[in-house]
Design a protein around this ligand. Sequence first.
Ligand code: COA
Length: 182
Amino acid sequence: MDFETLRNKKIKVGGFVLMMVPATMEYAKEIFKIVSQDPKNMIFWMPDGLFESPEHVLISYYQRNHSNRSLMFGIFKDNKLLGEIGFSGIMQKSGKVEIGYWLRKSERGKGIINKLLPRIEKMAFEQDWCHKIQLHCDAKNIASKTIAEQNGYTLEGVIRQDAKWPNGSIRDKLYFGKLKSE
Ligand SMILES: CC(C)(COP(=O)(O)OP(=O)(O)OC[C@H]1O[C@@H](n2cnc3c(N)ncnc32)[C@H](O)[C@@H]1OP(=O)(O)O)[C@@H](O)C(=O)NCCC(=O)NCCS
């Protein structure tokens, strides 16, 4: 199934439903609350700066839902939004995708990303054009680094002082990759 078709699908996997989070004010308020209650961890997901208001979330999700450069799925259980997983970057011309994910605080430590990641990888490698999955994380993001290692990603490099966070902290980034042939 191609990414355009997946964009409009509800995918059932391991007791969860994956589907794009609708760009509505209701979800924007919920996501704003999740992010603003946990800035210390959510900055790992949004290193350029956290959402400033529900309106900011709404605009960002509207743009994202209409862009073919990313494809993020909300992770739903019993209609509750637990987090997101998917393709934070789609680089079709160069044959790669970048995978990204986050969970609300109460849902961490349950192995949810490890459960869903193989399904997301399958979606990527089912695309004829996709030969590689990239996974980038802050060097101090132990949970994400562990997920990459547990799922067979190779650490391809440490990019030193790759970014400056809004608080001025200068950050190293780990570049992990997995090839279709692996
Ligand atoms: C990244 C994230 C989605 C992972 O959540 P999760 O799937 O519940 O992952 P876990 O908390 O189970 O952590 C994964 C593994 O790392 C380990 N781990 C997590 N934090 C750790 C720490 N501080 N020290 C040592 N090990 C740690 C866990 O024990 C687990 O290993 P296990 O399966 O052997 O028990 C979640 O931490 C999150 O939403 N973080 C904020 C956003 C973010 O960082 N997104 C990713 C950007 S690259």
